[in-house]
Unconditional design. Structure first.
Length: 268
């Protein structure tokens, strides 16, 4: 993957007095589908300029939680806020600070890369000239400038995912959610996506919530939230979660916390 070029215009820097406000705060969130409870009293936060891994098996409630954060589902119980803005009471202020990459692909396959970006920019009220400039900048950062006029259907899976991340960044959010973003990608494409997102944290100060079931996507410096059957079993710096579980690595810690008999992909 081509090394990203520096962003021409830096992201808005939080005011010093606002620096302690979490990028994302989940407080006592519960959700049920009829009689089936998907989430139970879930609470955790994501700090600005941090990478938080939301680790759980398929069906743990990760996608449900993302749907609540993005207001695809109404919040039944609890509170979700983005940089202090309640998503239920002040959705406009909250969601303009949020970029999202969902697990299912949501690109228009018959439009070009640039057309997909311009359409998304229009939905955010970004003027066409500014949208064109931002689109060109982001395509350069993900190494797809030469494919700008190509139809999306002609891209590889990894290239599509990089384009979706670029699209999520068009309106310059300060919080980025990614739901199982590497599913179905080969080893190199996975590594490229993870490296690119981590670069956003270190270079632009974006707060990231990365939902995964793969142990090898989590690093020692990350914050970790273990979600199992809709409940948070552990949270905090990855090294602390592992130590408190009396384990040597994330794999073993997850097994001890959840009592799982089989491990998610990426285990040894």
């Amino acid at each position: 993957m081509t090394t990203p070029a520096p962003i021409a215009e830096p992201h808005e820097t939080p005011r010093p007095e606002a620096a302690a406000v979490p990028a994302l705060s989940i407080d006592g969130v519960s959700h049920a589908y009829g009689a089936r409870r998907a989430l139970t009293d879930v609470s955790f936060s994501v700090q600005p300029a941090s990478f938080t891994a939301l680790l759980g098996l398929n069906g743990a409630g990760k996608s449900t939680l993302f749907s609540l954060i993005t207001r695809l589902f109404g919040i039944q119980s609890g509170r979700v806020s983005i940089f202090g803005h309640d998503v239920s009471k002040s959705p406009g202020e909250a969601l303009r600070l949020l970029g999202v990459v969902f697990q299912p692909r949501t690109l228009d396959l018959d439009l070009s890369l640039t057309q997909n970006l311009l359409y998304h920019a229009a939905l955010h009220g970004i003027g066409r000239r500014e949208a064109a400039a931002r689109s060109a900048e982001l395509l350069g950062r993900i190494g797809l400038t030469e494919r700008a006029g190509s139809k999306v259907r002609d891209l590889s899976g990894g290239q599509m995912r990089r384009l979706e991340i670029a699209r999520a960044l068009l309106h310059r959010p300060r919080l980025l959610l990614l739901d199982e973003p590497t599913v179905g990608l080969d080893v190199k494409a996975r590594a490229d996506i993870i490296s690119h997102v981590r670069q956003l944290v270190t270079e632009q100060g974006i707060g990231v919530l990365w939902a995964t079931h793969l142990f090898d996507e989590i690093m020692a410096g990350d914050d970790l939230v273990v979600l199992h059957q809709g409940k948070v079993l552990a949270l905090g710096p990855m090294t602390r979660v592992v130590a408190e579980a009396g384990a040597q690595d994330v794999n073993t810690a997850f097994m001890r916390l959840t009592g799982a008999q089989t491990m998610p992909g990426g285990g040894a």
